[in-house]
Write a protein that binds this ligand. Sequence first.
Ligand code: SF4
Ligand code: SF4
Length: 412
Amino acid sequence: MTEPLDKYLDETERCIRCGLCQKVCPIYAEMGSEPFVARGKVRLIRELIKGNVELSPRLKEILALCLDCGACVANCPPSVHTDKLVLEARAKITAEHGLPLPLAGALHGFLPNNSAQALVTKMAYFYQHSGFQKLLRGTGLLKALPLDLDKKEGLMPEFAPRTFRSMLGELPLKKDGKIRVAYFLSCMTNMVKPELGQAVIKVLENHGCEVVIPAGVQCCGTPHLAYGDTKVAAQLAENNARLLLETGADYIISDCATCGAALKKYDKLVPGLEGFADKVRDIAEFLVNVVNLRAGEKPVDGVVTYHEPCHLGRGQGVTAAPREILKAIPGLTFAEMEDADRCCGGAGTFNVMHYDLSMKILDRKLDSIRKVNPQMVATGCPACTMQLEHGLSRREMPISVVHPVELLARTY
Ligand code: SF4
Ligand code: SF4
């Protein structure tokens, strides 16, 4: 028996081996073999707990190939939490073997460090706008790099000239409002999409809210949990929860599906945070269910479809609210796509680690988008936004990707 994975033995034994997870697992759809579907992973984890299999490189590889999309859980008759089992198994791997050095650098030195994020943002912006990126791509030098880095370089989103966090002191935030909300700033909004941060503030203020953004908030901890680094994830949760609660806000708002899902589980990582999740709302959920959603009068013309992030739909049960926002926007035509809730294959850094497999999963999403033929795809997760933008650009489909709140902000 191993600690602490052994306490999940009962969970693994709840699998009735019905195989229904085969129909919904995006990894199984591409790999087509039993170890990669939920049933296979649950079985392997059960045998690992019982000591019947070794934590071999092959088993590590199988456990790495899970998107944490939750599709298996949602379609599993006894609701076996395969996603949770996989994360716990990864935590065991990390506890016993540590993290590879480059990954440890990213998880410990870069993501939780707001100064490092500011520096990387400036460097990435310089790389992309000084002509260096164009030069490097033009010379074909990238193709000489190992580990498919030429393909992965294309995943790099367009960075902002500076982080949204560095602009906070200059933002003319309103100092009064009926409801006080603390805005949890995601790493991606901070480094890549400051315009989303501005839209969130504009929309919240248009709904009578006073917005506060605590300066020392760090990464939500999801990447750390995904790689089994529970200790650092708990440290981040403790710091973020303390700073957010100190604002005295009535609600804590997230514009990122992944961050919001993480915030709602902070009480599982840090003792004493019972009730914290009750304050957390995804921005769409807040606008529709807490304040009376009100679009402005300026029309936004075009056809929009919606990609439902796994961490918003299955992760938080927020499915109707983003669609209601899109339908409330004057001039906009909403068209539902097939399998809108199917994972896009981004899954944080899954696309970087498993590029070719991620692109196969993304291709199915792009096929669904193409059938609707929209001008825009809306989604509530910056990581999905980057993955979709990359896929649309690869296929030369002239479709923009936006957050529903960005479209709503254009109506005021
Ligand atoms: S759907 Fe659930 S119970 Fe059925 S095989 Fe998959 S994990 Fe097991
Ligand atoms: S969480 Fe998603 S990728 Fe992982 S086993 Fe379940 S369905 Fe497959």
